[in-house]
Design a protein around this ligand. Structure first.
Ligand code: 9MR
Length: 413
C-alpha cells in the first residue's frame, strides 16, 4: 500500500455524496476496494442462531473476516489440563469457512479466561512453561491453515507500561511472552502472530511498552508479525485520525503489520442522535487512520450490533457502541464508515474523469495518482500536504499548518 491508499484515505473525508456510481454497498467490499484486506466483526456462538443477525454477518459484502469473541480462549479450549475441546471454536471457524471469510483466531494466552487449573495450580517455572507450550501447540495445530492470524498473547501490559502480574508472569517471568510466540510459530509457521492490547492506540507509556515488546520478542529469536490495536473508544473521546495513524506508523516501523482488532465506540445511555453523530465521526477517525497507514491490514468491530455488545454488562450505564442498533439496522456510524471507505476507494482508483465536483473546492484532494496532483495552490483542512512520493501542494490554507503523520503522509489541520 501505498501512497495511493493514503491519498484515498485523505480524499474520503470530502466527496462522500458524489461517488455513488462506483460505490460499494458493503463495508468489506468498500474496504477491499480501498486497499485493506478485510472489514470484519467479532461474533459468539450463541449469536449464530439469530437469523436476522447472521443474515448480515454471513454477507461478505459487509464482513470479510470473523473473530470468535470467546470460544477459542484457553478456558474453553482446555478446560482441564490436557483435555481439549474445540467444538465451539470450530463452529465459528466453520461459519467463516462456509462464507469464505478470513478468520482471526483469538486468543492463546490471556490473564482473563485462563482456566483455574492454570491460575490456581502449583507450578514450577518449568512445569508452567510446559503447560503453556502444550496448550499453544495443541490449539494452533488444531486450527492450522484456518486462521489468517492468531492473537498469541493478549493484554500483557498495564497502562503504565509495566508487565501485568498474573500467574504466567509471576511464575515464568516476562519470558513467557516470547516463549508463547515461539511455540505458536513452531505449530504453524504460516499464520500471522499478533500481540493484541487496548490503550495502545495513541503514543504513550503503554504503546511504547508494546513497541519494546516487539523488539524483545524479536531479540529472543521468536517471530511476531502484527500488533492488534483493540480500539475500544468512547464517544467524543476518540483520538484523532492523525494521532492514531502516527502511532500505527511507530509499530509498522518495527517491521510488523497492524490491525484494528476490536473497534467500538461506547456512549452514555440513553442513546441520543447527537451522540450517534459524534460516534460516526469517531468511527471514521479510526478507519481513516488504518487507511492512511502502510501495513494496516484491516478493521474488525467488536461485534457489529448493539444487541450483542459486551459494553453494557461491563460499563454500567453505557452502550450503543456498535455500527448497527439492536434491531440490526445501520446507524449513522455505519453510513459514515461505508462512505469514507467508498470515497477512499474511488479516489484511489484514479480516473480524473470521475472526479467529484465537490473536490474542486478542496485543492489538496487529488482524484488520480499522487503524481498528477497539482503542485501549486493551497491545501484545505485535512488535506495531504506532504509525504514520500507526494508531489502536490504543500502549503495549507489559513489557519491550518502541515503536520507530518509519518514519512508517507502529512496533513493540514
Ligand atoms: O466480548 C468478550 C466478552 O463476551 C467476554 O465476556 C470477555 C471475557 O472473556 O471478553 C470479551 O472480549 C474481550 C476480548 O477477548 C479481549 N479484549 C477485550 C474484549 C472486551 O472485554
Amino acid at each position: 500500500m501505498s501512497q495511493s491508499r493514503m491519498v484515498m484515505a485523505l480524499t474520503g473525508v470530502f466527496a462522500l455524496s458524489t461517488l455513488s456510481n462506483a460505490a460499494a454497498t458493503g463495508l468489506n467490499s468498500a474496504a477491499k476496494a480501498a486497499g485493506l484486506k478485510y472489514f470484519g466483526s467479532a461474533t459468539d456462538n450463541s449469536e449464530l442462531t439469530d437469523s436476522a443477525y447472521t443474515a448480515v454477518l454471513d454477507d461478505t459484502n459487509q464482513f470479510g473476516q470473523i473473530t470468535p469473541g470467546n470460544t477459542m480462549k484457553w478456558v474453553y479450549t482446555e478446560p482441564s489440563q490436557n483435555s481439549f475441546s474445540y467444538t465451539q471454536g470450530d463452529q465459528i471457524a466453520n461459519f467463516a469457512k462456509t462464507n469464505g471469510q478470513l478468520l482471526r483466531c483469538h486468543n492463546l494466552v490471556w490473564y482473563q479466561e485462563a482456566p483455574s487449573w492454570v491460575t490456581s495450580g502449583s507450578w514450577t517455572n518449568a512445569s508452567l512453561i510446559a503447560a503453556m507450550q502444550a496448550h499453544i501447540t495443541n490449539e494452533v495445530t488444531h486450527y492450522k491453515g484456518q486462521c489468517y492470524a492468531w492473537d498469541v498473547v493478549n493484554e500483557a501490559l498495564n497502562d503504565d507500561g509495566t508487565y501485568r502480574q498474573w500467574e504466567l508472569y509471576n511464575v515464568i517471568g516476562p519470558a513467557y511472552i516470547p516463549l508463547a510466540f515461539e511455540a505458536a510459530a513452531a505449530a504453524d509457521p504460516d499464520v500471522k502472530l499478533y500481540y493484541n492490547d487496548y490503550n495502545i492506540e495513541t503514543a504513550g507509556a503503554k504503546a511504547t511498552a508494546a513497541q519494546n515488546l516487539v523488539k524483545t520478542i524479536k531479540a529472543y529469536g521468536a517471530k511476531i508479525d502484527g500488533i492488534g490495536l483493540e480500539s475500544h473508544f468512547i464517544v467524543g473521546e476518540t483520538p484523532s485520525a492523525s494521532s492514531q495513524a502516527s502511532n500505527m506508523a511507530s509499530f509498522t516501523a518495527l517491521g510488523v503489520e497492524v490491525a484494528v482488532t476490536e473497534l467500538d465506540v461506547r456512549q452514555t445511555l440513553p442513546e441520543t442522535s447527537a451522540q450517534d453523530q459524534q460516534q460516526a465521526k469517531d468511527y471514521v477517525s479510526t478507519v481513516q487512520a488504518c487507511l492512511q497507514t502502510k501495513n494496516c491490514v484491516g478493521v474488525t468491530v467488536w461485534d457489529f450490533d448493539d444487541k450483542y455488545s459486551w459494553v453494557p454488562s461491563t460499563f454500567s450505564g453505557q452502550g450503543a457502541a456498535d455500527l448497527y442498533n439492536s434491531a440490526v439496522q445501520p446507524k449513522p456510524a455505519y453510513t459514515s464508515v461505508l462512505s469514507a471507505l467508498n470515497a477512499a476507494a474511488t479516489a484511489g482508483s484514479g480516473s480524473s474523469s470521475s472526479a467529484p465536483t465537490t473536490l474542486s473546492t478542496v485543492s489538496a484532494s487529488p482524484t488520480s495518482s499522487p503524481s498528477s496532483a497539482p503542485a501549486s495552490g493551497t491545501v484545505a483542512e485535512y488535506g495531504q500536504c506532504g509525504g514520500i512520493g507526494y508531489t502536490g501542494p504543500t502549503v495549507c490554507e489559513s489557519p491550518y499548518s502541515c503536520h507530518s503523520t509519518n514519512s508517507y503522509y502529512s496533513q493540514c489541520y
